[in-house]
Design a protein around this ligand. Structure first.
Ligand SMILES: [Zn+2]
Ligand SMILES: [Zn+2]
Length: 259
């Protein structure tokens, strides 16, 4: 039942993502694809917050998540880096690689990518990596839900690792009611939800089942940052097996059509 070819919707390269192992390039993924007939494609989705930062320290300080005007100061710098990356990627699109970015939403509702790049991306993933507004513990859930729903309405294709920040950074146990609510929001906004194997979340299984039951597309991401993770979707296949879901009938995310 699980023999269909899969798309890995989420992978990093070292030219733009400081947290990716050095030396991992689009070419590295092309070599992987040559040995992996079970993979239909891999989307290269580097971090917006890293592309628009001069080094790792600046990226992870994420100062523009507090003061979005700082993002504008880095706009031309980041745009030049993304332009270089997309020029390298463009001829590889017909060979199993997809163009993309994994971006965050600034407090003013903008994404950490210049809108001019959107038409050149096969996939735009929106993820929560930083949420400084949620520093007060009693407001974490309220702020996270408001941020996540607004992010779902920004034109992203996939919500990346949907509950990761809430579970790992805020220590919230994700219950079935929360999963159902998120799936409803994703359906309303026409956004796919990602099962991400870089960090496993206990609610992944329930999310997969709820998406399948409601027709919300699931996206499978390795979120590879190193050679060992590249194109590895064993966790995703395992979730399908234990939940009795059939890959052939599952609503799966597909790249957006491009001219
Ligand atoms: Zn991420
Ligand atoms: Zn990622």
């Amino acid at each position: 039942m699980n023999e269909l070819r899969l798309i890995d919707c989420h992978a990093h390269t070292s030219d733009l993502s400081y947290c990716c192992d050095p030396g991992i390039t689009p070419q590295t993924y092309l070599e992987l694809l040559a040995d992996r007939p079970d993979l239909e494609a891999v989307a290269i989705t580097n971090h917006g917050f890293a592309a628009y930062s001069v080094n790792r320290e600046e990226a992870f300080a994420a100062a523009y998540m507090v003061n979005p005007a700082l993002f504008d100061d880095k706009r031309e710098f980041g745009n030049a880096r993304i332009e270089t990356h997309l020029r390298e990627m463009e001829p590889l699109r017909g060979r199993g690689l997809l163009t993309g970015l994994e971006v965050e939403m600034l407090p003013d509702g903008r994404l950490t990518v210049d809108d001019r790049f959107r038409p050149r991306l096969d996939v735009l993933i929106g993820s929560v990596h930083f949420l400084p507004e949620a520093s007060a513990p009693e407001r974490v859930l309220e702020v996270w839900w408001a941020h996540t729903e607004r992010l779902l309405g920004t034109g992203i294709d996939i919500l990346g690792h949907p509950f990761r920040w809430l579970h790992r950074n805020a220590g919230v146990i994700i219950d079935d009611r929360m999963v159902r609510h998120l799936v409803e929001l994703a359906k309303k906004h026409g956004v796919a939800l990602e099962i991400n194997s870089h960090m496993l979340i206990p609610s992944d299984l329930e999310m997969a089942k709820t998406c399948a039951a409601t027709g919300v597309p699931l996206a499978f991401g390795s979120d590879a940052h190193c050679l060992e993770e590249m194109g590895i979707l064993d966790y995703h296949r395992h979730l399908l097996t234990v939940s009795g879901l059939d890959l052939a009938t599952l609503p799966l995310w597909k790249p957006r059509p491009r001219g």
